[in-house]
Design a protein around this ligand. Sequence first.
Ligand SMILES: [Zn+2]
Length: 366
Amino acid sequence: MAQFDRKWWRHNSEIAKELKSKIFENVSAENRKKLSEILDKYHKIKKEELIVISQPKSNGLVLYGVIYKGLNEDNHPLVMDASFNIKPVDIIRLEKEIIQPRGGGDTTLNEKKILLIGCGSVGSILAPELIKFGIGNITIVDNDFISTDNIYRHQLGLNFLSKNKAIAMSKFLEENYPYTTIKPIDNSIENSVTNSIIDLQDYDLIVSATGSPNTNFYLNNYLFKNTINTPIIYCWNEPYGIGGHSLLVQNRSSCYNCLYDENLVNKGSFCLPGQHFSKKIAGCSSSFVPFSSLDSHKTAVLTLDLVKNFLNNNIHNNPYLSWKGDNQDFINAGFMTSKRYDLSNNELIKSRYEYIDNTCSICSIK
Ligand SMILES: [Zn+2]
């Protein structure tokens, strides 16, 4: 086919004529007939006309595009021989089958439904990554809004200030990742369940990323007491970058409550019990637990590995996994780490089932 500069319009009857003849020479007799029938019905005068040519190749269809400009006749440019302004255009294919595998997603995960509870610092990293896995259906529950405290820890930043976190994330995901069903719920998980806005049985996996023990206890109790077997992952950050954790509960042999002793001390924590970590920003009434966006990324990576291994059926128990960070800022702020923090990374992995409590008041009652 004739070569021409891709950047500039060409006013050239020879190129238009050659393109027309190449198309008609290279289509099958059946398609040539169909094309002629379509062109015969063409009467609408447009200022521009785009032609997309699909060429079968050994590795699939290849698409080319050409745009004609300045048409002033009641005839399609593939019918008449005339001089047109003509320019090639790049065709970008956005079909699900094309963009998902190329982006690293797994199309077999497309039927999976995930409930993400909490779209704060960790949740806002998880949501787009779950979609990049190829997950086709995500419900996001959060009744909080993006505040100035969140700007440097939340993926959405200043542009979404004062917006509800679930709705803002949903808008971002819909604009950037087509072919995914996203349902935002601006409500607490407790209200959503009590008022039947969602049914926890509807999902293949629940991810609780609120970092709130109260919410996690509520979910744990609700799932066990109502004999709901939907697998759930709880994930949260420790303060000052000393670590983060993810617990998968996919069967009834253990639960979130197993992590806590009779004094409600989290045995899996890296912090010595009895310390309080909320910090106030000068001149601002709100308080927050100090951790950085980097900590949330590390917790999100730990959690996403767990999600992927679970969805690929590579895990059959309920592991409690942790990442361990530097404790210098934590110590400098006057806090003390727990004995569990002293374990090496290998020891942390080896002890991933040691949290299980055979006398647990929730899961040991069979
Ligand atoms: Zn338990």
